[in-house]
Design a binder for this molecule. Structure first.
Ligand SMILES: [Zn+2]
Length: 68
């Protein structure tokens, strides 16, 4: 692992909830978004993960589309 790769890991990992936590809390996050609340302010670590993780962001988009 190069130094720059390790630095990127630390920077992205600081607020990133990870897949397990994102999956566990995603329905709450979607509820906030649908209710018009500031979901990103409430769950910044999930917002960060959704930006970083394609599979999770696809699940999120699907949930959001199904809920609307
Ligand atoms: Zn993920």
């Amino acid at each position: 692992m190069s130094e720059s790769t390790f630095g990127d890991f630390l920077r992205t990992d600081r607020r990133d909830a990870g897949c397990d936590k994102t999956m566990a809390l995603m329905h709450l996050y979607v509820e906030l978004v649908i209710a018009g609340s500031d979901a990103e302010a409430r769950y910044p670590e999930i917002a960060a993960h959704l930006r970083a993780c394609d599979p999770c962001s696809e699940d999120y988009a699907g949930l959001l589309a199904a809920a609307r």
